[in-house]
Design a protein around this ligand. Sequence first.
Ligand code: HDE
Length: 730
Amino acid sequence: MHDKPLAKQNHQDVVSNPKTDQLAQHSDDGYGKYLTSNQGLRVNDDQNSLKGGERGPSLLEDFLFREKMTHFDHERIPERAVHARGVGAHGYFEAYGNATELTKAHFLQPGVVTPVFTRFSTVAGSRGASDLARDVRGFAVKFYTQEGVYDLVGNNMPVFFIQDSIKFPDFVHAVKPEPHNEIPQGASAHDTFYDFISANPESTHMLLWAMSDRALPRSLRMMEGFGVHTFRFVNAQGKWRFVKFHWKPLLGTHSVLWDEAQQISGKDQDFHRRDLWANIEMGAYPEWELGVQVVEEEDEHKFDFDILDSTKLIPEELVPVQAIGKMVLNRNVDNYFAETEQVAFCLSHIVPGIDFSNDPLLQGRLFSYLDTQLKRLGGPNFHEIPINRSLAPVHNNQRDGHMRQTINKGKVAYGPNLLNDQYPKQAPQSEGGFNSVYERVEGPKIRRRSKSFIDFYSQARLFWNSQSEPEKTHIVKALRFELSHVQTDWIRERTIVQLAQVDHDLASRVAEGLGMDVPSAEGMQLNYGAIGADDKAADFQSAPAKASVGSSPHLSIATDSPINQGKGSVKTRQIAILATDGADVAAIGEFMKTFMDQGAQTAIIATHLGTIKGQDGTQILVNWTFQSTSSALFDAVYVAAGAQSVSKLKQDFDAVRFVNEAFRHCKPLAASAEGVELLQAAAYPGAEGILDADGVVTSADTDVADLAQEFAEAIKQHRFFSRELEAVPA
Ligand code: HDE
């Protein structure tokens, strides 16, 4: 007979064998220990295989060699079909406690702090691809709540390319490298992607997001996250409401330019991964607020779009975002494979107080993620891998399977049972038992899209209209770049026609860069292939534009947009200090201290590594040379004073290029005394008037205090797009 209080049991009750517990622990780094085989046998010689004679053949008997090599041969698991390249970190989520009326989820109740593991990713590239690809970023958060694991598996863009998950394999095949030659890696600039897009008008809105600055985050710490689909919150009284999830970074949302992104990919393709790792190691923990847009059940149909359609967002002008908690990432992984690679996110990992909606994209994901983990992680016991384990107790009648870790006791593995008094028992809702919201569902069995989904362009237009002028220019340039890489003329033409449905100015600016006119849409069946064989194309024409919100400042990431207002900061910004022998080292020291006190990070870039000698003979350590780094890896550039130093830098083409590129990438620049001359030397085509440009701060003397203050204000603004845009290779 068993009479345990259900809620009090914990994980140890399931795995009560102390030996098994020990196996679940982290292994240490082996320091101070003897080398052993996987069976604990001490190894005497790990450098030589067993041979018949010193110069003879290797022997099959060498079980130590075979164990080591077999393990190595099986080290790789299938990489994720999408989101293969990622980086993860641990942290916590703290609820503000203002969502109690909306949801009964325990982790959102006042004062509750929940451990989390968050994995960011690019979508199209493979595990070794560059961080700075033009791509959507995955933003997946695993909450280890007291009521079970909750996964919020989102992206850094609020909409998606398709409306129904049955199209996902096609979309992924189109964006991934082309199958005949596996080119290009981690890039959407190729024929098959634009063939799919131009035949699939519902992608238009997301295409513009993917071509916008959002696809090139400055840092994973500086991007928004979105749940994308509409979900539901359910409160303690059983009342439910629709919700959309938003993550808002406390450092603001910032991006790099495409030219920079391409340079970063060459100079440091781990740029985002390194940035996240380094900042967590330094204690500069990234933070995001979790916000929700809430729509009452009875308001489901009050919008001019369908809230179940994942190619649409709810403008914040219509439904504001309310912050309900904060996430802090404060611990790097101990082992990339064990944690970041083996973490398994599933949309179906849900807790009481949250529920799904009937969004057809969401519904398909409910199947796909579990299915994918079974294959990727080798079987149905992936929930036992330490990073995936629930902190809430796990008791059920599931048994066996590959790599089972739990040693379940007893002979009862079924329910109902009397031998074990019905345990493990079904939990009533009052005890936290999950129950889907009550909803009446009836309708014909049908493979059709709802008519309310047939509007493909008005929100694409809303997004376009909401961008600042520089952001629009970046979108135009991105599309010119991408379409230049498309080899098939008619795919380009179709894409331009598709863009013209959004905005004629957009289409003609892109077309101009491609040396074309905007083609006529006449006779061009834009939705070819995007519908069922028996559907009539006429029923599938996009509804005329009727967006009730014409422009939403929340969709822009310009410095003065609502997303970034009040968030300007020099914290964690990387400042390059250009100097070499003969520089004013005392002033450099003062400059570094001033910025490091504000949480910025500085690095000295010189013509050689080691130390540089100042005018007065003092020395200072150099971090990088002009050959080993690039201005693309920094947020701002300062040229230190010192006649001898500046005169050498002026003759160093790489130093001049460093400044010129930083200027053309619209970054804040500063120079003291003779340092100003290097700025002038960098003013070759594209940078004339460098000293008068916005965001360029100079001082005639070597006094750092005033200059640093003005420079800090410039750094807070991130970029100065008022500079001649055509000169920026974005
Ligand atoms: Fe995913 N997606 N997805 N996706 N997705 C995967 O699961 C899928 C979609 C997202 O860091 C896969 O474990 C389908 C939207 C993230 O481990 C796979 C559909 C959004 C991650 C899968 C979508 C996402 C994935 C591949 C269309 C934003 C990485 C490996 C219905 C809301 C999670 C894996 C991590 C990963 C399927 C569309 C976000 C194959 C079928 C929309 C962040 O199961």
